[in-house]
Design a protein around this ligand. Structure first.
Ligand code: ADP
Ligand code: ASP
Ligand code: MG
Length: 413
């Protein structure tokens, strides 16, 4: 019997009615002959609520205690779904991370999975149960509860699918699959029937939260077939897998928006060797990831250096940069708390020029100023003012994906 991992996100288990609907859906899959491991997220809004509670009791809540707290959301949903499945007459058992033996390092809040010992899950399945696993959580070598990072129930699901050598991992969510842009901000976006791991990895890393980036990385590494589909309909969804010939012909498969970036500028930096290392060394040491960097042309031996970090890291990065600025005698430090990063992604860019020029043209036509640019083999990103973020996604989608077939912008000749 094929083993299938099905993950249900927050909205999909957001109320008693929704949990009933998920249980019905699981029952139908089980009736179809699949052995099923369900992974659940916390009910919609619950994880945020728990973080906020901790924040009300301490400005910098202890990460270990925060994990004890925020991991409870998934415990509640797992138990509720198991209760409902049993009420429908289906044998079911909920398992938490310690029972799943999903061990991680001790990096609270963003722990990395070290191993999963699947014997207990396999035994539970052997005994005829549907296993309902709590997503997002792990346990370190000392038995402390850890969490894997926001949105990481996707990662729990893919990791379990890999460890169990599941036939497929279904990510069941509140949209019908992976679209050419977030359908909630770009209504003409179309559902893709397939997407390569690499493209999905870029989309996820650039703001398409429909799949968590690390889950895609793991799916790629262990070749887990992943399908993103709706919890509410039986529509076929989007398959995420190895790249094939047809995918190379698609120039742009998606447009994304990341609203979670901040921009820092150091002005009047002396233009001499070694200064960039002085500035970015302490930031790297603090574990802060710097995304884009630009250095303006130097005037009279002085230059401006601008870079982006994720919003959650802004305050710490500012503290460090201000210290360095004082040491090196820079003119000053400016920042913008929220900027938008819009990106276009597609495998076809490897072999076709012209997408960047078209992107810049389209933004210019709308009067949207590009503040920073970054490219890789299969993506181009531009930082723009946050108030133009959604507009930028819509006009880029219209121009580069538009209505010309399955996510394809044909080069103008
Ligand atoms: P879940 O709670 O099920 O994990 P998420 O909210 O994390 O769901 O992810 C689903 C959301 O991702 C959708 O509601 C949609 O707004 C957003 N999204 C962003 N980019 C895309 C995209 N390219 N395709 C589909 N959904 C996207
Ligand atoms: N509940 C967690 C979060 O909100 C994990 C998840 O939903 O995937 O980030
Ligand atoms: Mg999610």
């Amino acid at each position: 019997m094929p083993l299938v991992v099905q993950k249900y996100g927050g909205t999909s288990v957001g109320s008693v009615e929704r949990i009933k609907a998920v249980a019905d859906r699981v029952r139908r899959s089980a009736a179809g002959g699949d052995r099923i491991v369900v992974v659940v997220s916390a009910m919609a809004g619950e994880t945020d609520r728990l973080f906020a509670l901790a924040g009300q009791l301490g400005a910098h809540p202890n990460p270990r205690e925060t994990d004890v707290l925020v991991s409870t959301g998934e415990q509640v949903s797992a138990a509720l779904l198991a209760i409902r499945l049993q009420a429908l007459g289906l044998p079911a058992v909920s398992l938490l991370a310690s029972q799943l033996r999903l061990t991680t390092d001790s990096n609270h809040g963003r722990a990395r999975i070290k191993s999963i010992d699947v014997r207990r899950v396999l035994q539970a399945l052997e005994d005829g149960n549907i296993v309902v696993a709590a997503g997002y959580q792990g346990v370190d070598s000392l038995g402390n509860i850890t969490t894997l990072g926001r949105g990481a129930s996707d990662l729990s699901a893919v990791a379990l699918a890999a460890a169990l050598r599941a036939h497929r991992c279904e990510i069941c969510t509140d949209v019908e699959g992976v679209f050419t842009a977030d359908p909630n901000i770009c209504p003409p976006a179309r559902k893709l029937s397939r997407i390569s791991y690499d493209e999905m990895l870029e989309l996820a890393g650039l703001g398409a939260k429909v799949l968590q980036a690390r889950s895609v990385e793991l799916a790629k590494r262990f070749k887990v077939p992943v399908v993103v589909r709706s919890s509410f309909t039986d529509a076929p969804g989007t398959w995420v897998g190895e790249e094939d010939k047809a995918m190379e012909d698609v120039l742009v498969s998606g447009v994304t928006l990341d609203r979670n970036q901040s921009k820092i500028t150091l002005t009047g930096v002396e233009d001499r060797p070694g200064l960039a290392a002085k500035i970015f060394g302490p930031i790297a040491k603090a574990g802060i990831v710097v995304d884009m960097i630009i250095q303006n042309a130097s005037a009279e031996g002085r230059t401006d250096l601008t870079f982006t970090v994720s919003r959650g890291d802004l305050l710490r990065a500012l503290e460090l940069v201000k210290e360095v600025a004082a040491q090196i005698g820079a003119g000053g430090v400016r920042y913008e708390e929220q900027v938008a990063k819009v990106s276009v992604v597609g495998c076809g860019m490897r072999s076709h020029a012209g997408v960047a020029a078209r992107m810049f043209e389209v933004l210019a036509r709308e009067g949207i100023n590009i503040e920073m640019i970054a490219t890789s083999e299969i993506k181009i990103s531009s930082v723009v003012n946050i108030k133009y973020g959604e507009l930028a996604v819509r006009v880029l989608h219209d121009a580069l994906v538009g209505n010309c077939g399955a996510g394809s912008y044909k080069e103008e000749r």
